[in-house]
Ligand binder design. Sequence first.
Ligand SMILES: Cc1ncc(COP(=O)(O)O)c(C=O)c1O
Length: 382
Amino acid sequence: MIYLDHAATSWPKPPEVMEAMRRFLECAGGNPGRSGHRLSIEAGRIVFAAREALAHFFGLDNPLRLIFTPNVTYALNTVINGYLRPGDHVVTTGMEHNAVMRPLRALEAKGLQLTIVPCAPDGTLSANDVVRALRDDTRLVIVNHASNVTGTILPVGEIGALAHEAGVPLLVDAAQTAGVLPIDMEAMHIDLLAFTGHKGLQGPPGTGGLLIGYGFDAGQIEPLVRGGTGSRSELELQPEMLPDCFESGTPNGVGIAGLGAGLAFVQKRGVEAIRAHELELTRRLVEGLRAIPGVTVYGPEDLELRTATVSFTAKGMRVSEIGFRLDEEYEILCRVGLHCAPAAHRTIGTYPEGTVRLAPGLYTTLAEIDETLAAVEKVVAR
Ligand SMILES: Cc1ncc(COP(=O)(O)O)c(C=O)c1O
């Protein structure tokens, strides 16, 4: 079997991740931050260690400004629904995932003003176009770091610098880049960073988070959920301190233990080395697909402007048929369709049919890419 669906979730997980989760359940199965006994304290220690390591990884010294969430969707919704108010103006891009688009569209129906800056057909975007869309009443800019459809990397640092000159904070959806590209919140002028744990960070499903930069007052965000936090139990009002304010209910301790181990694995390999490996796979994949008659590959020509996510279509064939045959006849697992990002497909001109998406990852080999190219060539030749 060849697994080429890392943009959806990475698989298999490193053995260290599974071992950390097993150990958490066996040796530290208490409720973190709740009770005073040793199992609760050990669980709290593991959760805090992961919080600290992740905050540092993204360039924040203060781990209390990292809020654990079940995924990036929840982190994005925390900001979109908790910070924005009817009448506010928001700027976003034509390459966003529905994790951004759906909450924004729902708020738009209640009076939010939305400007969607169009991207080029390869998904690229000029930072100046974003700046031109800013108004005096713009409260937030939201951009994804890299597209889950074409892998196009957006100029987040440049957008952040220009948005800050205009006094507007930046929220970044790093679902496709956390663990795959270097991210430094301060250097890239990112105020709010939403990430998911189960893709490039090699953690299990059910993990993710939101980091709140030093320049952003967290008190401006209303929590989505209120309840028990293990702290200030005498109060019937939600505590205001970070991260408790946004972390009501028992956390996913076992998942966070796995995420911490996933991050340690990524750091041991090195983000630069992971990026170099994925670029090599992408080059082979893009060049090989382009050489197959009838195949159109989407995304930027310049490989430095893309992650390892590659979308293609083939003349005269439904994408669903290509995906089905790759799976049934060659055991090659990919994803076809709109990938929860209809806006991105409108931008690249593949709406409503979508594309076949091949997304190699950390463990993918060049031999697997060659096998995949041979299989695609046979499937589309029929
Ligand atoms: C760019 C982008 N944003 C958001 C998401 C949603 O991720 P999750 O399901 O982990 O919340 C994804 C996942 O496919 C994505 O690629």
